[in-house]
Design a protein around this ligand. Sequence first.
Ligand code: ADP
Ligand code: 5GP
Length: 228
Amino acid sequence: MSSNFHPDGTLFIVSGPSGAGKTTLINHAREALLPIGIELYFSVSHTTRKIRIGEAEGKSYYFVSNEAFEAMVQGGEFLEHAHVHAHEYGTSRTEVLGRLQDGQDVILDIDYQGAKQIANDPDLEPRSLNIFIFPPSLEILEQRLRQRGLNSEEEIQLRLRKAIDEIDEGKDFYDYIIINDNLDVATECLKAAIIAKKLQTKTALEAIHEMAERLKEEDRNGRNARRN
Ligand code: ADP
Ligand code: 5GP
């Protein structure tokens, strides 16, 4: 961790319609932030949806049955969970809380329902930043979903319908909204939001107060010395 940034574990929450580019932007930003000393742990969610080609258990998601997911809900193991695109998704407490306490920064790719649940948590809210990724247009969103080649026609239609709800629900809630039109520009915007949050916190304020006290003390000592 570079000394430029405060040492409090910070939670970065990235949401937005499926196909808007969250995974791509998170991967680019994580890689680009490493050399300046910001290392983001990507929180691996649990889901009841089927594993897709190219995905790995424990890397993309933990793939679990409906029964196992429900048992985790009943056991209070989730920080947040939601029904998204006809499946269950959740962020387990163990993925996030210990890491934040140890001063690690964590990034989540979750939908707006989950982001709002975390915003209601008085311990997590102050150390969280909510970022919403907008597609430049619905037409481009549809193109990206098709190009990605991961979803059936039915799934694409479901994602496009949900995109409208998400944009409507998300537009007033998020700290930052990034339009992912040009990928390089959007990556720079995501990096900037993360860097800004790592420069601004209670910890930084405490340090500034201490510095102000030191300066005042120096001033008092200087005046006393001149008087004597
Ligand atoms: P999400 O994680 O939000 O569902 P992805 O990161 O999987 O979205 O991106 C969806 C598709 O769009 C992928 O094929 C990705 O390569 C592509 N993509 C992402 N950002 C851009 C961009 N700025 N311009 C063009 N294509 C993009
Ligand atoms: P996909 O199945 O395409 O990977 O993801 C579908 C949607 O589920 C995305 O919008 C993603 O942000 C959301 N999602 C992934 N993990 C979680 C989670 O743990 N909680 C919530 N609330 N949403 C999630």
